[in-house]
Design a protein around this ligand. Sequence first.
Ligand code: SAM
Length: 360
Amino acid sequence: MDIELFFEKHFETTDGDFHILDGRLFQFFNDFQMILGIKGDIFEIGVHYGRSALLLANFIDPMNEVLHLNDIFEDQYLNISRSGHGSYHIFMKNLERVFGKIEFMKIYKTASQFLNVQELENKVRFFHIDGGHSADETLNDLNLALKSTSEFAVIVVDDVFNRYWPGVVEGLMKFLSNHPPVKPITIGFNKVFLVREEALDSYIRHLGSDTFSDFLVRHGLGAQKQIWMGNDVIIIESRGMYQCELGSEKEHYELSCGEGYSFPIKLKNLSSVPLETTEYKKIYLTYHLLNAQMKTISWDNIRTPFSDSIKPGKVSTIELEIDPLMEKGEFYIEVDCVYENVMWFKDGGSRTLLIGVEVK
Ligand SMILES: C[S@@+](CC[C@H](N)C(=O)[O-])C[C@H]1O[C@@H](n2cnc3c(N)ncnc32)[C@H](O)[C@@H]1O
């Protein structure tokens, strides 16, 4: 599947906390492995409903590589740290929705403590650890990753700096204090990326290259260096290059079923660049449709182009087009701007605007 189409249509429609900008970092590391011609399997511990697993499925060469997925799924009595709540049924439904049937996958329905990675035929080139969040589980999973990965592998650990899961950082510190041949290299939004010592210089060079600078600009990101555990690490931050303030005179509208509407939205450009819709810079005002329980029911909706370029600091009122709503009831319109194929402004820290609608 085309990866941009995947990010646009499927990433955020799969429930989960995996941040799209961490998804983009996964893509960046995977792309580098492709440039180097690295082959190998991909392993994930902690699938939940499949948000990250579906992204990893995009990286697989189906003829030569296998996607290994481990979760306790419905056997939640094994979930000692209470991290997430996997569902095989929901995961399979999501997988089918996005890919149909896939052959290159092996599922291990068990706690990761019971995995035996000696059975792997290929070495693993990308290992994502997002299962049990206690110190012991994290340490166990890192040791599995160490045993199963190849020279150029990336090992990614979730929630290391999440204060609600202190076991993860404890497990990682215990692991690193044994001096494994693995070093942290990048801190993403909620993920820490580690690589093996043999490959460290190659990855560091790539993180200093124009390819990396282009990647940061494309996704509105910034990077800064820090020293952590005696290693240079790159911290990725959201630069929020595209920011706006959105306002509406009315907080609630009553609409008739099946009719199209437009709402006047006041938009102030808080970015340092003009906001405009051109052939090369496709920025639009648009919205997500949520139900009364605030669950997204339609992620992508009609785009309203900017008729004029809005300069930094300027305010403009735009008639946001609304698709006809075909069902009666209470809904919310979450207004945001999208830079097509690049980012939703919300992901760069821009605040969205919620408007209630009652469809009669
Ligand atoms: C935070 S969620 C994973 C999120 C997922 N990566 C995503 O992108 O949505 C954690 C998952 O780990 C599973 N889990 C918890 N303990 C586990 C263990 N010991 N072994 C394997 N999976 C475990 C849970 O069932 C849950 O689905």
